[in-house]
Design a protein around this ligand. Structure first.
Ligand code: CMX
Length: 441
């Protein structure tokens, strides 16, 4: 067994026993009270699942195993000459709760590079077979689904395997899938926007550095952007649509390919990960309508009011849990201040940041008027010439694999059961409001 797998199993056995004791001693304690509004309004605020890899605080933002993004930037190993953390290091941290050494991250880079070899051709043929205007996220998910033929878990389950061993095959599938995600994602990009001219991997590069290379962007600072990008988008606790869907589908013992693909179909929604493409599309329309690349605050305010009057959302703003500026926005802003402080698109994003929150706040109904991760990411990509905004969610999806698959390993290692919350009908609710016995009592 490789070092990460051995360490992961030891941690999982330990936690599994602790959880058994917690349930035995405290299992009947109430962890919260569900209100009627919560069951009608997206289950907001209901604590209903365990997700070990990260935790979101409404005021402070995301912590990965207790570490904030600036702490990760300081503590995780970097590529030689690089200034941003390696996503391999974050994956190790999410899997074990421990910060990896440089040797651990280097070994993981080499392991993923090796596992990515001999990706079956039928994966790329499946993408080629799609109609040419298929959205990049559709192409990406089809590629992942085609790769499901390689699932070790599905094969072993069909042969009949002891449930105690599920975690091991989920681990192998997750590692194999993560290793090949840059290949599938870059294939979609080159296939759609670069006349199908594909680029070969550089096996010695780290996972995100090689991904940048496969896309056709070899500047060192773009590689660093990808390392940062793949780190900050990886995980956002368990309740968001992509993480929760992966977790839910995985709970039926669907293998990691099926579970991750399901989650990424959720990420492709405009209220979730697709918002990163919507932001650049929206800014592009604003620039066109106003006839300027660098609108001032008053012009932006007018355009925002028009967007709202047309019954649309302002993309990149608001969040279901966060109540402050997203630290993932700030991390990207810091990167931009360092690498491209005079870029017109980046400056427009900053001007929007000055202008939008007070307008949203003044409406009185929006719980979080501050920018989320998607408000900034596109502008950085545009700066480097990656202007095809319909592709942006694929980058988010590549990163999100690290968090949702690390969590899937944990869910199987802890033997979490199939997820099956209770639903009610409005007739049940009305009867209960009239004083009849509630079916949930
Ligand atoms: N622009 C306009 N209206 C907004 C808004 C925004 N950015 N954010 C919230 N609202 C509206 C909601 O649509 C809702 O309106 P109704 O009462 O008319 O239905 C009202 O304000 C209250 O919403 P909320 O409780 O503050 O927010 P929700 O938890 O329901 O939704 C989110 C959260 C992210 C879907 C929402 O803020 C939104 O649509 N933002 C724009 C899309 C976006 O950026 N999504 C990306 C989120 C991050 C990610 O997952 O990648």
């Amino acid at each position: 067994m490789d070092k990460l797998k051995t360490l992961f199993k030891a941690k999982a056995d330990l936690l599994s026993n602790e959880i058994k004791d917690i349930i035995k001693e405290h299992g009947t304690k109430k962890i919260g009270e569900v209100q009627l509004a919560q069951i009608y309004q997206g289950m907001r605020g209901i604590t209903g699942m365990v997700y070990e890899t990260s935790l979101l605080d409404a005021q402070e933002g995301i912590r990965f195993r207790g570490f904030t993004i600036p702490e990760l930037q300081a503590k995780l190993p970097r590529a030689k000459g690089g200034t941003e953390p390696l996503p391999e290091g974050l994956f190790w941290l999410m899997m074990t709760g421990e910060l990896p050494s440089e040797a651990d991250t280097a070994a993981l880079s080499a392991d993923w590079s090796e596992r990515a070899k001999n990706t079956p051709q039928h994966v790329f043929n499946a993408i080629d077979a799609l109609v040419s205007n298929s959205h990049p996220m559709t192409q990406f998910v089809v590629g992942v689904m085609a790769l499901q033929s390689e699932s070790i878990f599905a094969k072993k389950y069909a042969e009949g395997v002891n449930k105690k061993d599920y975690w091991s095959f989920i681990y192998e599938d997750s590692m194999n899938l993560i290793s090949r995600i840059p290949l599938i994602a870059a294939y979609v990009y080159r296939h759609t926007y670069r006349n199908g001219l594909q680029i070969s991997s550089i096996p010695e590069l780290d996972w995100a550095g090689n991904f940048a290379h496969l896309l056709g962007f070899d500047q060192e600072s773009f590689k660093d952007l990808m390392r940062l990008y793949m780190t900050i988008h990886a995980d956002h606790e368990g309740g968001n649509v992509s993480a929760h869907t992966t977790h839910l589908v995985g709970s039926a013992l669907s293998d990691p390919y099926l579970s991750y693909a399901a989650g990424m179909n959720g990420l492709a929604g405009p209220l979730h990960g697709l918002a990163n493409q919507e932001v650049i599309k929206w800014i592009g329309h604003m620039q066109k309508e106003l006839g300027t690349e660098t609108p001032n605050g008053d012009q932006i305010a007018e355009y925002v009011k028009k967007t709202l009057a047309d019954g649309k959302v302002v993309p990149g703003y608001g969040h279901a849990v966060l109540r402050k500026t997203d630290p993932r926005f700030t991390a990207q802003q810091d990167f931009a201040k360092k690498h491209m402080p005079d870029d017109p698109m980046v400056n427009t994003v900053w001007k929007i940041f000055e202008t939008v929150p007070p307008i949203l706040q003044s409406l009185g109904k929006i719980k979080n008027p501050w920018p989320n991760v998607d408000a900034h990411s596109g502008a950085l990509l545009v700066h480097y010439g990656l202007k095809e905004y319909e592709y942006y969610t694929v980058l988010f999806a590549a990163s999100r694999a690290l968090g949702v698959l690390a969590s899937l390993c944990w869910s199987r290692a802890l033997n979490f059961p199939i997820e099956r919350p209770k639903s009610v009908t409005t007739d049940n609710v009305k009867a209960w409001l009239k004083g009849e016995d509630a079916i949930w009592d």
